[in-house]
Structure formats: structure tokens, C-alpha cells
Design a protein around this ligand. Structure first.
Ligand SMILES: *Cc1c(COP(=O)(O)O)cnc(C)c1O
Length: 376
């Protein structure tokens, strides 16, 4: 019997759950007569700040803008360096490049997807201004160690929390663990809009005020522009949709966690297959992605595809080898751990709506595939 097709992420199913509420949100926005900078955005910002345990939230156009506007708000730019993980989505590096600063990549800890705090200190120079900590795949970065380094060396600490809505470290939510945090509400994220969206959370009121102006043409009073800002606003409709999704986020993340732990149990001790770390009392992943590693990753993906199981690779080409950085000194860097992730990572289907039967099917197919692969 052929297996049922299991998509990597069923966004249609995820959003269909909210069809009625989304229609009501659209009516509310139409009735309000405000499409930008209105009550829905203000309400979402309050609700999301509270959700993250931060005192301020500033909605912006997308996650990339959240990252580079935070750097700009700190006046980080030409001749500055910012420490970034070697293994992340390219937006983290491009945000640094966008403000004219230089990304300085630091490799992940062995056996972990996130930046190795033990390697950060050696990468700091007199030009270093900030560290961007990415909670990659939803797993909190080592924020205590990074905060200690940042404080001691006088650096800003920015969370890239685009994959970590609802992740926690020591009970404290990501989004309130650094000097500021950048979130993305790209449709496929744990908290996704019906289009692009993003936000910065922070406990610093002056930073929040500056960001709010930077994202609105540098203006706080209409047609008065104190800063050379940009246009990057979260719109009323996306904010209204996000308020609806936010209400489901705890339950959605609990479902992701259930799927992740079913995978961890069902795929334990398979030859050649490395699994992500489980949650524990201290570290709670948002399980945005469930990423395994295998030396025969491409063959494994093909075997799963043959069983109707969708997988993706996050990410297949390390950033320093992307065309975007060709011709820069970064292209000459040796980053073997980032390379290994690019060669071996495979993301299995995970999401808030995947069923127990589908999870069981992925486990069975992965077990059979691993048993058939040559790992000598
Ligand atoms: C998605 C993502 C971003 C960028 O967010 P956009 O809203 O797509 O601009 C930044 N960093 C990481 C780690 C991401 O996963």
C-alpha cells in the first residue's frame, strides 16, 4: 500500500483553522477605516510584548527589517563588526551587511545547531559592537554565556528570534533574553501572518521609540522627519490576523513539542542518524524545525520522498559560500562546522496540525530508510 502524501508543512491546513476568525478580522479592519498605524497594530504590539515578557514591541515590515533596524537604532554601521553564527539563515548576515557593518562568523558548538559561546571571545576585536544570537530551528541560543560576554565586553546582544516564538530558557521566553529581539511573522514561522510581517521586542523604551520612528520614515509627527528612516510597518490587517494566531500559539507549540518528542523516541539510536537535543527543565525549544543529520542526507531525502514524505534542507549552502558574499573576505573563510551542517542537515515534517498517524508514518519510513543506508 502506498503511503499518504505528507507535506513538509501544511500551511493550507494551518490557516484554514482560522478562516472564520480571519474574515472577522478583515471586517474589523475595514470598519475601523485604518489600514496602517491603528488600533490592531497597537493591540498586537501590547499582546506580543506581554507574550514575550518584554515591555515594548514595535511592529515592522518583516524579520530582516527587524534585524537591521535594531542595528541601525544602535548606530552600528561602517567600520563596525557584528558577531553572527556561521550556521544560520542568510538574513542574519545580510542585516549586518545592510547597515554597512561586517558580519564575523562564529562556528556552532559541537553537536549543536547554535553558536558556540566558547569561540565568541576569540572573534571579538576593538571594532566589535554587537553579537547576534540566533535561536536556530527554535532552540534557544546559549544566552547566559553570551550575555556575560556581551556585558563584560560592552557589546549589544541582539536575539534573532525569527524561529523561536515561544521558546524558553530557564522559564524566560526568547524575545526578552538580550538587549532586543527581532521576530519574523513570515507565513511559515511558528507565528505566521498571511504575508510578511516582523517585530522588535525590547525592555529599552528609548530604543523602542527610536525604532518606531526609523520604521516610519524617521517620523513621530506627520511630515516631520527627525531621522533618515525607512518605510517598514506592520499593517493593520496582518496585525489583526496575527492577534488571532497568537491566541493559538501556546497550543500550536505544544503540538510541535509533542511531534518532536515522538520523533526523538521513535528515531532513537538509528545507525548514522543524529537527532536534535530533547527539551529539558532549562531549555524549551519552539520546535520550528526538526532537523536530523545523516552523512547520506540526499539519499535519505530521496527515500522519504519516494514514500510521499516532504523534507527540506535548512540550509543547503553555507552563507560564506553564497554568491551574495563572493568576492568578499568572508568567502575565503574556513568554516567546517557550517559546511557539515549544510551537507548533512535534513528537516522532517513538523507543524501544529500534523497528525499522530502522519508522525508514525514518518518514523516508520525513516527507520526503514536508515536501515537500508550504507554508513561505513
Ligand atoms: C525567517 C528568518 C529571518 C527573516 O525573516 P523575514 O520575515 O523572512 O525577513 C531572519 N532570521 C532567521 C533565522 C529566519 O529564520
Amino acid at each position: 500500500m502506498a503511503d499518504a502524501a505528507i507535506p513538509f508543512l501544511d500551511l493550507q491546513r494551518i490557516n484554514d483553522r482560522h478562516r472564520t476568525a480571519y474574515a472577522a478580522a478583515l471586517s474589523r479592519v475595514l470598519d475601523s477605516g485604518r489600514l496602517l498605524l491603528g488600533e490592531e497594530t497597537a493591540a498586537f504590539e501590547r499582546e506580543f510584548a506581554a507574550w514575550c515578557g518584554a515591555s515594548h514591541c514595535v511592529g515592522v515590515g518583516n524579520g530582516f527589517d527587524a534585524l537591521h533596524l535594531a542595528l541601525r537604532a544602535w548606530n552600528i554601521g561602517a567600520n563596525d563588526e557584528v558577531i553572527v553564527p556561521s550556521h544560520t539563515f542568510i538574513a542574519t548576515w545580510l542585516a549586518v551587511s545592510e547597515v554597512g557593518a561586517r558580519p564575523v562568523p562564529v562556528e556552532p558548538a559541537p553537536g549543536c545547531c547554535n553558536i558556540d559561546p566558547a569561540r565568541v571571545e576569540a572573534a571579538i576585536t576593538p571594532r566589535t559592537r554587537a553579537i547576534i544570537a540566533v535561536h536556530l530551528y527554535g532552540r534557544p541560543a546559549p544566552m547566559r554565556e553570551l550575555s556575560e560576554i556581551a556585558r563584560r565586553r560592552g557589546l549589544k546582544l541582539l536575539e534573532d528570534a525569527a524561529q523561536a516564538h515561544g521558546a524558553r530558557l530557564g522559564g524566560q521566553p526568547c524575545g526578552s533574553l538580550g538587549d532586543a529581539a527581532a521576530f519574523s511573522f513570515y507565513p511559515g514561522k511558528n507565528l505566521g501572518a498571511l504575508g510578511d510581517g516582523g517585530a522588535v521586542t525590547t525592555n529599552d523604551p528609548a530604543l523602542a521609540d527610536r525604532l518606531r520612528r526609523l520604521a516610519n520614515y524617521g517620523s513621530s509627527v506627520k511630515y516631520h522627519h527627525e531621522l533618515a528612516g525607512v518605510n517598514s510597518r506592520l499593517d493593520e490587517l496582518q496585525a489583526a490576523f496575527l492577534r488571532e494566531r497568537l491566541r493559538a500559539l501556546h497550543a500550536d507549540n505544544a503540538n510541535r513539542r509533542r511531534v518532536a518528542h515522538a520523533y526523538l523516541a521513535g528515531l532513537a539510536a538509528l545507525p548514522g542518524l543524529a537527532l536534535p537535543a530533547a527539551d529539558d527543565a532549562d531549555t524549551l525549544s519552539a520546535w520550528h524545525l526538526f532537523v536530523v543529520r545523516h552523512r547520506q542526507r540526499d539519499v535519505l531525502a530521496k527515500l522519504l520522498a519516494g514514500r510521499g514524505i516532504g523534507t527540506l534542507v535548512h540550509y543547503p549552502l553555507p552563507i560564506h559560500r553564497q554568491g551574495a558574499y563572493a568576492g568578499t573576505a568572508l568567502a575565503q573563510q574556513t568554516l567546517p562546522l557550517a559546511e557539515a551542517w549544510a551537507n548533512e542537515a535534513l528537516s522532517l515534517p513538523i507543524g501544529p496540525t500534523i497528525s499522530d498517524d502522519e508522525v508514525a508514518c514518518v518514523i516508520e519510513a525513516t527507520r526503514e530508510a536508515c536501515a537500508s543506508l550504507d554508513i561505513t
